[in-house]
Design a protein around this ligand. Sequence first.
Ligand code: ADP
Length: 306
Amino acid sequence: MRFDPENHRKNPIFTLFRGGLDGNFAGKRTGNRQTLSLRAIAFTITTVQPEKSSPIILAENLTKVYAAGRIPVTAVRGVSLAVEPGEFVAIVGPSGSGKSTLFYLLGGLTQATKGRVVIDGVDFASLSDAERTRLRKHRIGFVFQKFNLLPTLSAMGNIEIAHAVSGSVINGKKAPLDRAYLDHLSEMLAIKGRLDHRPSELSGGEQQRVAIARAMITRPAIVLADEPTGNLDTKSSDAVLHMLLRSNQELGQTTLMITHNPEAASIASRILYMRDGEIVREEKGSRPGFAVPAASAVTGPATAAV
Ligand code: ADP
């Protein structure tokens, strides 16, 4: 993955709660404007008329050209895709094929040179920076290859801070952390006994599972995972993939995972293959026997540091 977040951030997790990697994201405002409320925060957005089906993620003719150097690089070329609610889609391709750039475009973290991204009927280009940040905070959970946990906080602290900055509101008041839901998540992700530990005291697999809990605590409709197993050994990698599959199936999120590893991709219900900035092929995932198991079957004994 060579995406350089334009030297903006030490830890991209903060970016998610601010204006994105591109400072300026002015877009045309077309279509029917109306005021919607996402978790009690009202703002004006442009809606897109749903056609036959209503994909939760829609990309139309997306192109991204990096023009920073002497020679412009076209990282994504005219990509169109539609992801239905609840799908688990993997995007696979060799290094440099444009996967990370597509990830940042779909997550609203960078601006397309051409084309558009529509999340749950809302066109990113119709939003101001602040509105786009709000949409991201409430609708999308991000999981990164490098975990991006805050080192001075415990696992629990990392999850709590994600909830706090999400600014969730119930009946006009700041929503308290849903302890029962956190319990369910930490049980499902097999990190219950590890919540008091700092990231440096956890294995890579445990850190990534904490990062997944952090992404899930805001109950996002969409989980975007960029090479979530890229820093893990095979055993930890399988455990993390099982957890992503399990949360996709049990919590019903739409999951989109970027990976260079075809074996990891095969757990998805649909696999899109990228090459030279384009989606060149699509097939169904078919990893035999990679069904959702009980948490204990994935992690082994409670003390195992997978
Ligand atoms: P992948 O994630 O599949 O490795 P990337 O999206 O990181 O692919 O990169 C696609 C192409 O865009 C590569 O040629 C890469 O060198 C280029 N690229 C990625 N990020 C930047 C950037 N910030 N500036 C210039 N070129 C970039």
